[in-house]
Design a protein around this ligand. Sequence first.
Ligand SMILES: *Cc1c(COP(=O)(O)O)cnc(C)c1O
Length: 367
Amino acid sequence: MKAYTALEVVELLEDLPRVKMGFFPTPFHRLNNLSDDYGVDIFIKREDMSGPSSFGGNKVRKIEYIVGEAKEQGVDTLITVGGYQSNAALQLAQYSNINQLKCIAVLGDTKNEKDPEERKGNLLLNSMLGTEIHLVHRDEPKGNYDMNPLWAKVDRKVNALIQDNEAEGHKVMNVPVGCTSPAGWVAYMEVFAEVTSQAEALGEEIDYIFHANGSAGSLPGMIVGKLLTGSKTKIISINNRRYGPGEVVGEQDIFDRVKYLFNKFEIEPPSDDEIWAEINIDQAFLGNGYGAPTKEGSLAIIEVAKKEGLFLDPVYTGKSFSGLLGYIQSGKIPKGSKVCYIHTGGTGGIFAGTQAFGPELIAHIYK
Ligand SMILES: *Cc1c(COP(=O)(O)O)cnc(C)c1O
């Protein structure tokens, strides 16, 4: 396979339906204090600054393609699902407003909050946008944390809303959880290309990319970017959700999505073994599961705030950054390496209330 340049990777995307809305390329800079302390050059890619507000994140790039397809198909209503604090639903709603599309968010009560008296964090922001929000309560008794009945109820609500809206003459697009629809899988090819070019402009070559992986809507594109360019950069994905029966996508899905993308661009894919070698999922920093705080995650949030004046969130970026620090501390990443951490956003979730924080972070705040 011929090696693509970063620019050629970006050029592959040029003919796809897309509405350009984000602030790209997002900034890329070195974290000087952390780099000095750990003896590893740590750069950060600011996908949290993707726009249009200060509550951006990694869904924005996917949404550019989703809205592109929606416009092409004459869609006037987007519907999506998530938890009350969904970052994806917020980002979709922001860009729906810009494009004057109706946005419906069906949000599942994962924390058993019912109809909270005060709306906070992303739920507050999403309400301010005027999004049509439907809160779906849990039926199962408190303490039963099997979320599958809740998500089944959310799906029933989505189907009912689609029927109602179509009956009213609307054309509706159903956007999957995490805005992870095939139209958006291409989006993070460009992030890989941007990181490569931005590092090159500083005279650097990145050895490792670290990022938070959830619904695996971002990772496949980055892997394709890496394989196309033949870059030496190794992508390490710190998982924020557990793989398993009834839960989100696993390695096989990521592999399939990589294949799907090569097929989409009619490029002969590398061998299966070469693709598998690029899928490095680590669940060791997940703790008790999605949204459950970990000690390491809390300590990472504190350390990054103190040393770099930067905010990480308890659900995604705190944990994934703790993964990066863990790899450095255990020597899995040798001293002198050059690392890029992708800040995937989640800032609004910080304001959802300190009950989502771990005890170390609480103690740090109220000391
Ligand atoms: C959604 C999200 C992720 C995970 O991205 P996927 O494309 O779903 O794998 C990571 N970090 C934040 C802040 C997110 O909102």
